[in-house]
Design a protein around this ligand. Structure first.
Ligand code: AFP
Length: 312
């Protein structure tokens, strides 16, 4: 198989691509099961009830019927896969143990429908997945063995890494994921930026960073969905996303386990960087399931500049 950066190959499906990566059958099975589950999630997104479920998650956020349904779809599939011992979801309060013996098995943390509040406006959203070997989910992100997301946009795409580059697959008319971009790479610097959070709550350091980006000619490209925003950076090969500490919210908004770790793994695999402003996202040991961190993620040069400005 060609490893040339940016080389496009059609019709190679996800399972065959995974088989060529020299990884164990259980991990191949797990990633394929998640890709199958995403087909039911996209169906729910396209046709399901847009109302609230009448319940809330561990952050006290109101759950949409779609959040609850997507969570059930993924959880069921993971349990029945037979290769998962522990499951954590942004929509569940505690870790679900499905098998006591973790030998040869995996643990999965996921956000079933990130950005679900955008569905009523028919904007792009996604599923984010983080995979560890064994039972421990509260480990540094650098210990992930795989990370992936599925983006539900005008097209459905799946981007994964098992620590050997980042690869994009696109769903075809038969609902199969076929390879559309192999070995995605980020440039050292880029000219698009996606800033999350209310600007009037930015600290002076983050105001300076935005000014730096604007002065160097970066264009604003923020969708309000973490998956499409990170996907844009990966596919365009440039840019930076930030969700900084805010006045009154020193840890920002995004969750380490369900959002930041998997995206940081993917972006670093593509040659980019991810930091909380001080240290690499992948070096942070989660204190709890709901651990949040500020984030600067994307091209190395912009992330380095953000860290430099945080230091004052
Ligand atoms: P939800 O999962 O609650 O819809 O939040 C979406 C999200 O976590 C992420 O997808 C965005 O990057 C971020 O929030 C947007 O937050 P702001 O609306 O505060 O910019």
């Amino acid at each position: 198989m060609s490893n040339e950066p940016g080389k496009t190959r059609f019709q190679l499906d996800l399972r065959r691509h995974l088989r060529s990566q020299n990884i164990c059958d259980n991990l191949i099975h797990l990633i394929c099961e998640i890709s199958e589950a995403s087909k039911y999630v996209i169906n729910a997104v396209r046709t399901g009830d847009l109302g609230v479920a009448g319940t809330s998650n561990l952050y006290g956020e109101q759950q949409l019927a779609l959040d609850v349904l997507s969570d059930r779809i993924l959880r069921k599939r993971l349990i029945h896969s037979g290769v998962v011992c522990n499951i954590a979801s942004e929509e569940m309060e505690t870790i679900l143990q499905t098998q006591a013996n973790s030998e040869g098995l995996y643990s999965v943390a996921y956000d079933p429908l990130d950005g679900s509040s955008l569905v009523d406006a028919n904007l792009a959203i996604g599923t984010i997945i983080s995979i560890f070997k064994g039972h421990d989910l509260l480990q540094e992100g650098k210990k992930q063995v795989a990370a992936m997301y599925i983006l539900y946009g005008p097209r459905v795409s799946l981007v994964y890494s098992i620590g050997n580059g980042v690869h994009e697959f696109t769903m075809n008319q038969l609902m199969e994921f076929t390879l559309s971009k192999e070995n995605i790479r980020l440039k050292p610097s880029g000219d698009i930026y996606a800033p999350g959070g209310l600007r009037k709550k930015y600290t002076p350091e983050n105001e300076k960073f935005v000014k730096y980006l604007e002065d160097k000619g970066s264009k604003l490209r923020y969708s309000g969905g973490f998956v499409p925003d990170i996907n844009q950076i990966l596919i365009k090969g440039k840019g930076v996303f930030m969700y900084p500490a805010l006045l009154g919210a020193p840890k920002g908004k995004l969750r380490l386990l369900f959002e930041l770790n998997p995206m940081a793994f993917l972006v670093e695999q593509a040659g980019g960087a991810a930091s909380n402003g001080k240290i690499s996202i992948l070096d942070i040991k989660p204190e709890s399931l709901d651990h949040r961190e500020p984030v600067y993620i994307g091209c190395c040069e912009e992330v380095r500049k953000a860290v430099e400005l945080q230091a004052g």
